[in-house]
Design a protein around this ligand. Sequence first.
Ligand SMILES: [Zn+2]
Length: 72
Amino acid sequence: MERTVVRCAEGHLFSTATFPLQNLGPGRIGPGRLIRCPLCARLRSSVPADLGTLTGEQIQLALRREAVEFLA
Ligand SMILES: [Zn+2]
């Protein structure tokens, strides 16, 4: 299953399988979605991370931190 690397409002990187990418076309990065960040342990407004700005290590770490819950 493909997962999306996202960044929470606090700058934490993690991943989710359920981010609704279909709503985020080029040039239309929205205000983010509420996802329970595994590092904040609370709901955070999160946006897809730009993989081009991340190192391979950052991406691997994010993929190991999977958001458990997806809301709204
Ligand atoms: Zn966080």
